[in-house]
Design a protein around this ligand. Structure first.
Ligand code: STR
Length: 417
């Protein structure tokens, strides 16, 4: 580029680009910078440029716009070979054919059975199982206290609970839960070398394919078997599609609910007046769950959608082939949606149920009701058993994991009281 105007324009553009920190050293600062950059912000994801949407209203529009699709083949940088499987975030997008990666009528075909299995009414049937898992893990917490009384609420409680629930739902044997937990931890961490990430994804594909074949031969009453079985006169999913849905369910069901439970506990412990009001029954646990989802969403950034034609949003234009991220943390802190104190945690906030953390439109989280049931059981049970629960370290010492898309803590050391 030797034209000075073009150079200046390029510099301007670079100046407006926000580099997303893979080490997550200042999540709130980064979220504020994204919001300040406008409705649409230009971001850099490990060297790859993308747009991100930082506002509730505009995200809501874009999430129902059929000109934005999940198909990676619509991405200019993928078509041209600039982005390849060597990019550390590729597993967040190129995740196989499933309800997570397909749109339109094919998407409905891939998703219907799963969403039907996860309605609030259907979930009532597994409530007793979730309660039982919760009680067992509370016993385990009690038993895991060290000499100093410290126990990691993440490792012993918040992490195993969602894995047990999604494992039961999908028919994944308990003996595999530790392996899956380890693999997903490595998958999401930016410290994992990319060749290792690609080989663990390949291993997971083998694991899930074997499971689907086993369920094909001997169907049981889990959702994996239901996904395999064709409806009468229906159009059955292919093996690849069942595998895709199964891995999306296990990854999503496991990872995000850990964050929801831990972030809620953390918010309550650092807002003791609000904890007191909840324990006194003045306000429901549902308020805690919704406000946590808004204020400290488990999903910081959701990758990615691609424009199939030029799209005008506010005073910017997303060009055909460009990638769009949805920045749920920024969206949860939108002052236009939640008021000037959007950065404050407040379970009495009138807009607490009007967050968009589960997304919107055709891809809206099919597990939303399940995560609400899980957190709605886990939180009261935890504080009921250990009313004196408190952090074992100052709140500032809780560190985030180096994960770009998810809002994950390394550990959550507590004293049970
Ligand atoms: C992880 C890798 C994989 O094998 C399959 C999927 C598909 C579903 C994705 C998941 C991913 C990452 C976490 C996601 C989940 C859907 C919901 C969850 C994005 C890419 C969220 O964090 C909201």
């Amino acid at each position: 580029m030797n034209c000075p105007h073009a150079e200046a324009a390029q510099a301007d553009r670079n100046a407006g680009v926000i580099t997303i920190d893979p080490m997550v050293q200042d999540l709130d600062g980064e979220t504020a910078r994204l919001r300040d950059a406008g409705v649409l912000a230009r971001i850099d994801l490990l060297g790859v440029p993308a747009w991100t949407v930082t506002r509730h209203a505009e995200a809501r529009q874009l999430l129902v716009d059929p000109r934005l699709v999940k198909d990676i083949d619509a991405w200019g940088l993928w078509q041209s070979g600039v982005v390849t499987r060597a990019w550390p975030l590729i597993g967040m997008i190129d995740a196989g054919r499933s309800m997570f990666t397909v749109d339109g009528s094919e998407h409905r075909r891939l998703r219907t059975k799963t969403s039907q299995a996860l309605t609030p009414r259907r979930l009532e049937a597994i409530r007793p199982d979730i309660e039982k898992f919760t009680e067992e893990l509370l016993d385990a917490l009690d038993a895991a206290q060290g000499e100093d009384g410290v126990v990691d609420l993440k490792a012993v409680f918040a992490q195993p609970l969602p894995m047990k629930v999604v494992g039961m739902l999908m028919g994944v044997d308990e003996s595999q839960h530790a392996m899956l937990t380890r693999q997903y931890k490595a998958f999401f961490s930016m410290l994992t070398p990319q060749d290792e990430r690609l080989s663990l994804l390949a291993e997971l594909d083998v694991f899930y394919t074997d499971l689907v074949r086993e369920k094909t031969a001997r169907p049981t009453d889990d959702l994996t078997s239901a996904l395999i079985l064709a409806e009468e006169g229906g159009d059955p999913l292919t093996e690849e599609e069942v595998v895709g849905n199964l891995k999306a369910m296990v990854a999503a069901g496991h990872e995000t609910t850990i964050g929801l439970v831990l972030n809620a506990v953390r918010a309550l412990l650092s807002h003791p007046d609000q904890l007191r009001a909840v324990l006194a029954g003045e306000i429901g646990w549902d308020a805690v769950v919704e406000e946590t989802l808004r204020w400290d969403t488990p999903t910081t950034h959701l990758l990615m959608r691609f424009a199939t034609e030029d799209l005008a949003v506010g005073d910017e234009v997303i060009r055909k082939g460009e990638g769009v991220v949805i920045s749920y943390r920024a969206i949860g802190r939108d002052t236009e949606q939640h008021g000037p104190d959007a950065d404050a945690f407040d379970i009495t906030r009138p807009t607490r149920n009007r967050h968009m953390t589960f997304g919107h439109g055709p891809h809206i989280c099919p597990g939303a009701a399940l995560s609400r049931v899980e957190a709605g059981i886990a939180l009261p049970a935890l504080f009921g058993r250990f009313p004196g629960l408190r952090l074992a370290v100052p709140d500032e010492e809780i560190t985030k994991l180096p994960v770009m898309t998810q809002n994950d803590m390394a550990a959550f050391p507590v004293l049970l009281g």
